[in-house]
Ligand binder design. Sequence first.
Ligand code: ACO
Length: 329
Amino acid sequence: MSEVCIIGTGRYIPEEQVTNEDLSSLVDTTDEWIRTRTGIQTRYIATNENTSHLAAKAAKKAMINAGISEKEIDLIIVATMTPDGAMPSTACLVQHYLGAHQAACFDLSAACSGFIYALSVATQFLKTSLYNCALVIGAETISKVMNWQDRSTCVLFGDGAGAVVIQQSQEKGIESIYLGSDGRGHDLLQCEGWPLQNPMHRRELFKKATEGVFPKMTMKGKEVFQFALKRVPYCIQKVLEEGDYGVEEMDHIILHQANDRILESVAKKMKIPQEKFYSNIHRYGNTSAASIPIALDEMREQNILQKGEKLILVGFGGGLTWGAILLTW
Ligand code: ACO
């Protein structure tokens, strides 16, 4: 079995910045409510780019950072819950934009845990030597599935993309992985797809769908919050146990950026100094599958990550899904 290392990171954030003040002119909310409940101050919204465009731009930067060309990419996985469409996959569009013509490409759907799932899947392909080099991207344009009249969700999310290049290596890299799901919680976070509708089935639904009424995202925020407080420490514990490490040996913990209060509670519960948790939610909001690779790229750029340091990445979200990866940088 080969070792697998992250050799490059990149991110791309769309230009349009939306502040809490901007949102207070759309729905009955305030900057104070949003900041104190979540930590979010601004988010960025795509206005003329789709998920594939954001994903390809983040991927290009990760490839430049890794110093590899499109010809070296064997596999592209895009983790997203907001693909450009049902077909082709967003990953195939990214492949086309990058010119990585020899890569195998597919999308992966695990909501806000998507990046952790995608990185785990790609790692298996490399560990077994089927492939040498993969692009793993988390990219979302959640703005297109947002109900902009629902103040309990529309203030939380933002658009963006983050990417990593991983490669087979002699050195220690991704060490332990833990994934979990519970479909019994499917209705806590939802964005339905196309309803079963056709002229042979139910005419009224067919008419509605052809009038362009698209499903929007819904969330039972309190329940998701409680789920995260329970699951995140469990995920961290699982990868520590598998790697035979103590929590004090970890240098950084990167949680999916959903809410600063989740991060604070986990730090307190697990007695981990809060400085070990990176947070950028104040700038971007919750970018779902993109949040962890965006954070990784910022940390690399700011020299927060040093070679040999140990990190844990933790995702949680719709499905319900959750997962963690422990790695040496
Ligand atoms: N502005 C002002 N008031 C608001 C807003 C808003 N934007 N949104 C809700 N409120 C009101 C509610 O209506 C409620 O009013 P009421 O008491 O009169 O009924 C009040 O504020 C309190 O609402 P709560 O839901 O109790 O607020 P809470 O403290 O639970 O915070 C939040 C809500 C921020 C959504 C929190 O529950 C949360 O962060 N949940 C987790 C989200 C998450 O982790 N998501 C990750 C996965 S995302 C994915 O997988 C796609």
